[in-house]
Structure formats: C-alpha cells, structure tokens
Ligand binder design. Sequence first.
Ligand code: NZQ
Ligand code: ZN
Length: 390
Amino acid sequence: MLNFSFYNPTNIVFGEGQLQELDNLVPKNANVLITYGGGSAKKTGLLDRVNAELAKSERTVIEFGGIPANPRFDVLMEAVKVVRDEKIDFILAVGGGSVIDGTKFIAIAAPNKEYEGREREIMNFGFAGVPAESSVPFGTVLTLPATGSEMNNGAVISDGEDKLVVMSPLNFPKFSILDPEITFTLPKTQVANGVVDTFIHTVEQYLTFPAEGRFQDRTAEGILQTLIEIGETTVNEPENYDARANLVWCSTMALNGLISAGVPQDWTTHMIGHELTALTGLDHAKTLAVVQLANWKVRRAEKREKLIQYAERVWDLREGDDDERINQAIAKTEEFFHSIGMATKLSDYEIDADIIDRVVANLEKHGMTQLSERGDVTLEVSRKMLETAL
Ligand code: NZQ
Ligand code: ZN
C-alpha cells in the first residue's frame, strides 16, 4: 500500500426529510446566498422548501440562479460580485455537480484579494491546488447523485474550450444534505449519467495495477456491484427509495478520497472526457462511458492483472482463460451501460473522427501528455483511445 493522508471534514446528513436540518446547519444571523442551476430547483418546489427552512431563524437570504451544466467562469463571476457586494458570509448550493462546483469556485474567488481582477488564474493550478488562505463557507443540498462533489475538494470549471480542475482543501462543503427523495425528479438520462459517473470514478481508482490495497479494492468492488444491482431499477423506477438511496451513497463514497487512499489512480478517461465535453457539449458521464471501454481495450496489457481481478470479483467470471475473461468483463460492462440507456460509441452521438485532432490538441495545451497510473498515456495513446471509441 502507498503512503497517504486522508482528510475529509464534510458533515453528511443523509435521508428522507433531512432538509429540515438546514436551520441547524446554516449559521443563524448569516447573510446567505443560495446558488442554483437552470431552473429545476425552482420548478420542483425545492427552492421554496429551502427558503422556508432558512426562514425559521433570523437570516438574510438572496438567490443566484442560472449556473449552467458545466459551470462557466463568466456566470460564476456574476455571483462573485453578488457575494462581495452583499457581504455574503454563507453560500448554500442547491443542485448537482455543476452548481456545487460553481459554488466552490465562487467561495474561493470572492474573498481572496490576491485574485481580485484576475480570478481566471484560479483555474490554472490543477491538481497542485489553489494557493488561497480563506473561502466563504458553504453547504450543499444535493439534487443529482453523480460527481461526489458534495463531499470532496474538487471542482471542474469551464471557460470556452477550457474545462479545468480546481482543487483546494477550502473546497470541502461544511455539510451536505443527501435526501434521495430530492433526486426523484431527475430525468432518466441524468440518473443513468449518475450511475455511470460513479462507476467510472470507482474504476479510475481501482482498475490500475495491484498495490496491496485490499480494503480499497474490496470497497471499490462493493460499489461496482451495488451499481450493477440497482442500476436498472433506479433508472426505471425513479421513486424506488432504496435503490436511489444506494446510488446516492455510492456516488458520494466513490469520490471522497476513501477508495483512492494508498492506491494508484488512472484518471485518463476523465481528462479525455473533459476535453470532449468542452468541445462538443456532451454530458460528462456520456463521454466517460465511451472513453473508458476504449481505455481498457488500448491499455489491456498494462491493466491486465486488475482486469482479471475485475472479471472474477465483480462479474464472477471464472470460466475460460484470462484473455477470454477480460473480453467478457469488458463486454459485460458495455452491456450494463446499454441496459441503463447509456451509449458507448462516439458515433452514437454523431461525433466523427474530426474531433480527434481537436481533443489531442487541447490535451497538449492543458499539459495532459503523461496520463494514467503509470504516466504512460502520451498524446499518441490518447489518440488511439479516441480512434477506438469512434
Ligand atoms: O440546471 P438545472 O435546471 O438544475 O438542471 C440540472 C441539469 O440540467 C438537472 N438536475 C439536477 N438535479 C435535478 C435536475 N433535474 C431535475 N431534478 C433534479 N433533482 O440535471 C442537469 C445536470 O446537472 P449537473 O449538475 O450538470 O450534473 P452533474 O451532477 O453530473 O455534474 C456535472 C459536472 O460536474 C463535473 C463535470 O465535469 C460537470 O461539469 N464533475 C465534478 C467532479 C467533482 N467536483 O469532483 C467530478 C466529476 O468527475 C465531474 O468532472
Ligand atoms: Zn466524473
């Protein structure tokens, strides 16, 4: 097992009806900004319910809506201005990964004087983390189980063709309310996105090479098997509480630092996927389903031992030689994605070979030239994956 430090201060408040905890969780007398997305929170009545909870104590509350999927720097800067002008001292994000990620950016950009006027630079530090001293504290009400943003220190912010990772210990929410019922209003396609994003987060941290991380491996395998068990049910029966509760908890646990501690991590699929979203607008999870299968096909030799373990332990494939079992495991994964309505080829989205040069050029621009658990995914290997994904 590799050395690690594990830090996660987010208070998770899980379950039906937990919205009523807001009054206890959001500081009294605070100047609160509620951030939300394109309108689903308004339409479903969630925003009214949140306001009613916050009104139980003395607080000033204002709202900032319109944070788009794949949150954009220019929109977030409007919210930064509101936070400064209105002297906001607590932000409550009501939404999915995009609203929560956007809120993380707002929370860092608003109070740190050294970035005033050049907030765009906050997007340039990548996995090294943003050097910043403070942020506006924030909590979340999660509406879409997928990204794990509700309990992690990452955000992904878009600006034109740049879709960049913003990391900081200041990005951890103070609390996150995870009420599976709040997610019942999601359209099927977003639930399938959530299942796949969670699945891919798990394999990015598991399907690398053996490192004697036995707890991490068994936990990752548990998440994958849970997703396989509940995937179709939670997509087709949106109000099945237990299926959805399991998806919500898997999503959070798949990307909160637990299963990555002490083991190698890949993230190639995500880095290529982010470029695809930036260039085509395709949903995050949809890019992942396409790239992940190609990743395994192209790097089958490098991932051989873990692919065999995945075949045996996740899919219970015990017949045939190693190569046959690897083939079957990849085929079973693809079948699973199809079973929840997720396509697995770029051509399914009418994206053709013209995209490849553009993705490769942007990977180069963003320094993504040595990806994967071994740092051996060069631009040429990424190109091969994209060709395989067509
Ligand atoms: O904007 P509204 O109108 O609210 O609609 C949203 C949006 O259109 C809708 N939605 C959310 N909750 C709903 C709902 N509709 C009905 N009922 C509800 N309860 O769903 C749509 C997608 O929302 P979005 O927040 O964009 O989805 P997701 O949670 O998948 O987030 C995707 C973003 O997160 C980033 C992605 O790159 C992408 O920008 N990621 C963030 C990560 C992190 N912070 O750790 C890791 C991930 O790998 C990922 O990169
Ligand atoms: Zn993801």
